[in-house]
Write a protein that binds this ligand. Structure first.
Ligand SMILES: Nc1ncnc2c1ncn2[C@@H]1O[C@H](COP(=O)(O)OP(=O)(O)O)[C@@H](O)[C@H]1O
Ligand SMILES: [Mg+2]
Length: 418
């Protein structure tokens, strides 16, 4: 075995023996990582058009440098407006600065979209931050109540840093807002912890603060900052500043302007622009091309949309998917794009009738539609039937029918609708 390995290493590779299903050199990317959604660029140079947001957030958290508590923040804006990026960027910058003053500032970020209860969120914060070897504290996956998870979190925080920022990403997906109150109160109470606490809530819903409970409104003091969508010029700049993700000479001239223009037309979403850009490169690579062209951009955009929709419905149970399929088929069939619960229910009944699936009650279907609205998969609007005839709800898809359908039918249960 050893002999074989040695001789393999020293012999030059025989190209004719290569399996043609693989490629052996990345002709397209040199640093694909730069295009990861979660990548936080080291250089401020790569961040476009957010100077004002950066400086306002810097002022809010700045007091940490002179041992005063930071101001809490809630930042709002549609998907892909740079909220997560800027929140992480600014806390990272503060940590570096604070380290020079011997102040240990740490940041813990969680995605509330995947942990929708307060207990889950607090547990995740504690587990993510805890280094059991340092603290001697264990934070079990199961078995503790919300209050106990908070206690463990404070023990961990107290031992591990002077200041901690909690970035609660997608906070609008959290079923309760109590966490804001509990985190901020602990920061004010030296009996709970001596560590200073800053909360940065990140919301995709602009009206999030209107939905806060009175209890939270009266005790959680914060500043809010709105992130507006980018225009085509800004998107183009954002992509240009990451074009070294690709090898030299690989991008044809129209690739960046086209990605930017296509994504600005919808709603100025840098996430979509970035993933369209990256997917265009991937498509070209799969086709073993040496250049990325316009046609790859279109294919890349479609892939980006499917990825996004897939991500959005991840965790949606089969019944929820059947309901979405019902709405999709209706939308395809008719010109109007809003549909009542009743008509969606009728279409859903037909779907479940054709495959081996239980048919839920209309009321339950209504609830599941509400859930999808809450998760931003669809949009529901109260509509009037006309004077004096009452109100009803109309639902519409937020993504194009082709994309939604393609994603849904990739679940083999729905093979019939391929
Ligand atoms: N102003 C910007 N400059 C450079 N890149 C940006 C900017 N805004 C967003 N991006 C990039 O776009 C993608 C989406 O941004 P993100 O911060 O995740 O948006 P949000 O949290 O608002 O949905 C990320 O890859 C991010 O690096
Ligand atoms: Mg985000």
């Amino acid at each position: 075995m050893d002999d074989e390995t040695t001789s393999n290493q020293s012999a030059p590779p025989d190209e004719s023996e290569r399996d043609p299903v693989f490629i052996y050199e990345d002709k397209i990317f040199q640093r694909e990582k730069l295009l990861d959604v979660d990548h936080v660029p080291e250089s401020t140079e790569r961040i476009v058009g957010r100077d004002e947001h950066i400086s306002r957030m810097a002022s809010a958290i700045n007091p940490v440098l002179f041992n005063s508590p930071p101001t809490h923040l809630i930042i709002y804006g549609k998907t892909g407006t740079g909220k997560s990026l800027i929140a992480r960027h600014i806390t990272q910058r503060l940590s570096t600065e604070a380290a020079r003053e011997n102040i240990d500032v740490e940041t813990i970020r969680i995605d509330c979209g995947t942990r929708s209860t307060e207990a889950e969120a607090v547990k995740t914060l504690a587990r993510k931050f805890n280094d059991e070897e340092i603290t001697g504290v264990s934070v079990p996956e199961k078995g503790l109540g919300t209050g106990d998870y908070y206690d463990r979190l404070w023990e961990v925080v107290e031992q591990q840093c002077d200041v901690v920022f909690f970035i609660l990403d997608e906070i609008d997906k959290l079923k309760s807002d109590e966490i804001l109150r509990n985190l901020s109160r602990a920061g004010e109470d030296n009996n709970v912890t001596n560590t200073s606490i800053g909360v940065i809530g990140v919301s995709n819903k602009i009206d999030y603060s209107d939905t806060l409970s009175e209890r939270v409104k009266s005790s959680f003091q914060y500043e809010d900052i709105v992130f507006k969508p980018y225009d085509a010029n800004q998107l183009r700049e954002i992509l240009r500043k990451r074009k070294d993700a690709f090898k030299d000479e690989v991008l044809s001239e129209d690739v960046i302007p086209l990605c930017a223009a296509l994504c600005a037309k919808e709603h100025g979403d840098a996430r979509k622009a970035m993933s369209t850009f990256r997917n265009a490169g991937k498509v070209a690579r799969e086709q073993d091309k040496e250049k990325v062209t316009e046609e790859h951009v279109y294919a890349g955009k479609e892939r980006a949309e499917m990825d996004r929709f897939n991500e959005l419905i991840r965790g949606t149970p089969p019944q929820g998917k059947a309901i979405l399929l019902a709405l999709t088929l209706l939308t395809e069939k008719t010109d109007s794009d809003g549909h009542s619960t009743r008509s969606i229910y009728n279409a859903y009944e037909q779907i479940t009738g054709q495959i081996d699936m239980d048919c839920l009650s209309e009321r339950r279907v209504g609830e599941l539609l509400e859930e999808q609205d809450f998760l931003n998969v669809i949009q529901a609007e109260r509509t009037s039937r006309g004077r004096g005839k009452g109100m009803y709800k109309e639902h519409r898809l937020l993504e194009e029918t082709d994309i939604v359908k393609e994603v849904l039918v990739s679940d083999s249960r729905f093979d019939n609708w391929r």
